[in-house]
Design a protein around this ligand. Sequence first.
Ligand SMILES: [Zn+2]
Length: 268
Amino acid sequence: MPTPPYLYDRHTWPQLRERAAEVPQPVVILTIGSVEQHGPHLPLDVDNLLIRRIVELAAEQIPDRVLLLPHLPYGFEEHHLDFPGTVSITNHTLENFVYELLRSVTHHGFRRLLIADGHGSNMPILNYAARRVTLDTPALCGAFIWAALIADVMREERESPFPGGVAHACELETSAYLHLDPGAVDMNLAVRDMHEYPSEFHWQDLSAGAPLQFMDFFSRISHTGITGDPTTASAEKGRRWVGLAVDRLVKLIVEFQGWADRPRVDHH
Ligand SMILES: [Zn+2]
């Protein structure tokens, strides 16, 4: 099978020099996830497998418009460490690692960078790393989590209760995994385990953020490592939601590629 043209590190340096000179330039994408417990029914690689596959599927539709950096499989997971297997790096390490990595990519002339995330707790850190890249280099850099691409549709089509049914190892993640790799999911062990802080202002749900941001140790808010209702998951929902996320990601990449380089204005 030929090497896909969208893999950054399968180019030689003269080839990458040419790619950086293209007009418009390809968008460089860093995918990142986590090695993190996802309940008794899913493997630890959920956040890695889902984001990488979604970005690859988008890249296959627009192979000349993107360059995928090698996947970064570790994230900020301190709150999951009570469950065996989870691997964590601190927020400072993650932020600096991503910032330094992408800054070096801008050194070669790339000016449109995206961070594609599969793990919710990485997001505030990745947002900040992306902002630093935009402020410190000539490039534009943004970050997103894939679930946010389809939040509106999830609110309409979900069967689990809102808020809380779509949070972690939940209706969404289990459906997506059932679609992409059904043999690795044990639905006999999937149980409803809802995050239990009775609050008007705080909840965890991937389809809509709460006014109060708060994250406790997972072992205080979940008995199984799940928050949400994976018993409502299905491969068919996964097919639909992953497909829609891919379609919208293609649009996002094409749009972002065309964003103008606007001059700064010093008003002193
Ligand atoms: Zn996850």
